[in-house]
Write a protein that binds this ligand. Sequence first.
Ligand code: ADP
Ligand code: MG
Length: 266
Amino acid sequence: MTAPAIEVAGLRHTFRSKGREVAAVERIDLEVGAGEFVALVGPSGCGKSTLLRVLSGLLVPTGGTARVMGEDCVGRPGLVAYMPQKDLLLPWRRALANAALGLEVRGVPRKEARARAKGLFGVFGLEGFEQAWPGQLSGGMRQRLALLRTFLTPAGVLLLDEPFGALDAITRRGMHAWLQEVLALEPRTVLLVTHDVEEALVLADRVVVLSPRPGRVVEEVAVGLGRPRHPGVVTTGDFTALKARVLAALGDGAGAEVRAQEALEG
Ligand SMILES: Nc1ncnc2c1ncn2[C@@H]1O[C@H](COP(=O)(O)OP(=O)(O)O)[C@@H](O)[C@H]1O
Ligand SMILES: [Mg+2]
């Protein structure tokens, strides 16, 4: 049997700053199979971003183990393609140069990196904006640019931290359809963080629900809906039943928080 693409066991992390301690995650156990799409949901502050930062190699946890494609990834950046929650576009690089960055830092010659990045601008709805500065782009465009850069990174595992959070509902639906198409053409293992339960169920093979801080896995819901999933899937009885299960696992407090967020976003 091949090793899971992502393996997290007994993961804990406590932030210490200025004499204060914040236990962000506690005993997280999680496996993601090769080619599987897992969505991670949980109340804000429960440690979702912390978990992704550990897997990206950028944050060394207090305890536990984390492996990517069978390799220990703790303190080892570069094994995954990671889109942080804050887009981290470099304001002094034009859009195309930002998009090509992941390739350039891996040693792909600048000209080739930019040619490959340019080829994706249309797919990501950014055609014609190659020479724009990040400050000239809307929030949604910046997010698509960060996503483009992540997709270009040559790694089998994608970690996406609320990649569609800044998009309006219609654009977001378009991105869901598009993401499914891209993954059907070029399969990857995906771990996606979202506070949007419907987004999680539209996209994922499995939804993992975390408790309030310090985060622990409280429920795993196998989605089992056919693919491709069209936007209308959200009105089906099967979908509604899955959504009820995830909301119940989020618990009253967390469920109310997620619902309030959804109401705010319309
Ligand atoms: N660099 C940090 N220093 C201190 N506390 C932090 C730091 N980063 C995150 N935290 C705290 O850890 C907890 C988990 O944060 P985070 O992983 O960002 O949650 P989520 O992504 O689920 O909203 C929160 O209480 C947050 O305030
Ligand atoms: Mg977060």
